[in-house]
Design a protein around this ligand. Structure first.
Ligand code: PEP
Ligand code: MN
Length: 337
């Protein structure tokens, strides 16, 4: 359930109720909006507890949340969540572009890609050091060495870094160089990993699972939020359907739907969503028109030589052209790029 405080309730009033809830054996999560504070109450549903709370001064209403996701839902947090990282905001009026190669392949490749995406206007650099590959015989990523290169990218370009963390044992190592930790589609329901990410205080980019429903995706986010980490960015990257012409089917209807159900920022990855670089510009524009808060796009200095996902990666010129074209789309969607 949630406890909605009166607009005039003070911090002390909120503390009093919070203490009472803890005494009653409930877990408590606070959401302080512009107008009022909402207390998310986690535990057994009890009518008499709701009545006791409703009788307390400064409590406007106690509402039972029927959806299984509580902290990810709009009832608990009516305002959009805006995640601030330095000068970059994710989920506000400005759009965020995360771009870079699928994988860190060498220091030179990373630096070149980073300069390209920075010049074009991306705020966040992406590249995987730990790579979840379908085949054990494919390039598996540079692992720790790749993270060191990403560290250099961050200090020399000032770009923010998003990179994938594959298990609960490497969270600290990845968090050392990442501004945003990415959970890949294959790991969306790795609950040990999600729980560990609930304990850190850095944003997590949670990709939608290969065949996850929207509810399963939001429940995965709930694992991170319920651990106390409220900075989750959702990323639609396509789901598995019967269609083989595209690598995945990019579910753009998920964007306005999830934004209605949840306050969390939603970005779209048209690269994994389609598998083809020639489809990326159209789907990037469509994603912004659908209300996405940003994009994650694969860009490689030489896509034909990429060790992974070359066919879906844009080359530097294609990326620069796309960013220019997206500015108009952003404007007509009432956003800034
Ligand atoms: C990636 O972003 O490099 C990646 C592996 O994506 P996904 O988890 O969406 O397949
Ligand atoms: Mn990739």
């Amino acid at each position: 359930m949630i406890v909605v405080m009166n607009p005039g309730a003070s911090g002390e009033d909120v503390n009093r109720i919070t203490e009472k809830l803890k005494q009653m054996g409930y877990g408590v999560h606070l959401s302080s909006g512009e107008k009022r504070t909402i207390i998310g109450v986690i535990g057994q549903r009890r009518e008499e507890a709701a009545q006791t709370l409703e009788a307390m001064p400064q409590v406007e209403q106690v509402v039972f949340i029927t959806r299984p996701f509580k902290l990810a839902g709009r009832e608990f947090h009516p305002d959009d969540t805006v995640i601030k990282l330095g000068d970059t905001s994710i989920g506000g009026s400005e759009l965020v572009v995360m771009a870079g190669p699928c994988a860190a392949e060498s220091e030179e490749q990373l630096m070149e890609a980073a300069e390209t995406v920075k010049e074009a206007g991306a705020q966040v650099f992406r590249a995987g050091a730990y790579k979840p590959r379908t085949s054990p015989y494919s390039f598996q990523g540079l692992e720790h060495e790749g993270l060191n290169y990403l560290h250099r990218v961050r200090s020399e370009t000032g770009l923010l870094i998003v990179t994938e963390v594959m298990d609960q044992f490497t969270v600290d190592e990845v968090a050392h160089c990442a501004d945003i930790l990415q959970v890949g589609a294959r790991n969306m329901q790795n609950y040990f990993l999600l729980r560990e990410l609930g304990k850190i205080r850095k944003p997590v980019l949670l990709k939608r699972g290969l065949s996850a429903t929207i509810e399963e995706w939001l429940m995965a986010a709930e694992y991170i939020l319920s651990g106390g980490n409220y900075e989750v960015i959702l990323c639609e990257r396509g789901i598995r359907t019967f269609e083989p012409y595209t690598r995945n089917t990019l579910d753009l209807s998920a964007v306005p739907l999830v934004k209605q159900l949840s306050h969390l920022p939603v970005i779209v990855d048209p690269s994994h969503g389609t598998g083809h670089s020639y489809l990326v510009p159209a789907m990037s524009k469509a994603a912004l028109a659908a209300g996405a808060d940003g994009l994650m796009i694969e860009v490689h200095p030489k896509p034909e030589e990429a060790l992974s996902d070359g066919p879906q990666s844009l080359n530097p010129d294609q990326f620069k052209t796309l960013i220019k074209d997206l500015k108009g789309v952003a404007l007509s969607a009432g956003r800034l790029l």
